[in-house]
Write a protein that binds this ligand. Structure first.
Ligand SMILES: [Fe+2]
Length: 146
């Protein structure tokens, strides 16, 4: 059983958002699996996670904007807060002032689960309705990182 198992309850759009969320889940599991692998390896996975979170949030916010999601500002604030926390953690790790430990992993896991199953789920019906109305397919959407 992975540290953070993917579950059907995490499905949002049956499309690119799920693909990116799965990538985030994979990265968090990689980080957990390599927790004792040394600074270089842990640092590299952490760097990847920081960059991928930025890519994912930008794509998600663009889709919410296109589909007319009304609570975009609140959702964006949640993204900004997490990005700031993750950036600070990563910077502290690289300065040798913080380590990736069980407590940090539990924080990442809880944040992602709560965000996907809570805040993200809220925009899912609006995104689906917009796709149905516009007949926009996944291939029409330019998604960075995919
Ligand atoms: Fe989100």
């Amino acid at each position: 059983m992975p540290f953070l198992p993917w579950s059907a309850e995490m499905v949002i759009d049956e499309g690119p958002i799920d693909g990116q969320h799965q990538q985030l889940v994979t990265s968090i599991n990689d980080l957990y699996d390599q927790i004792d692998a040394g600074e270089a390896k842990v640092g590299a996975i952490l760097d990847y996670l920081v960059i991928y979170v930025d890519i994912h949030f930008a794509d998600e916010e663009r889709l919410m904007q296109l589909s007319g999601y009304p609570d975009l500002d609140t959702h964006r604030d949640e993204h900004r807060l997490f990005t700031a926390q993750l950036d600070a953690l990563s910077a502290a790790f690289h300065r040798g002032e913080a380590k990736v430990d069980q407590k940090l992993m539990e924080f990442l896991k809880a944040w992602l689960i709560n965000h996907i199953m809570g805040t993200d789920r809220d925009y899912a019906p609006i995104l689906k309705a917009w796709r149905a109305k516009t007949q926009i397919t996944v291939a029409d959407l330019v998604i960075e990182g995919l």
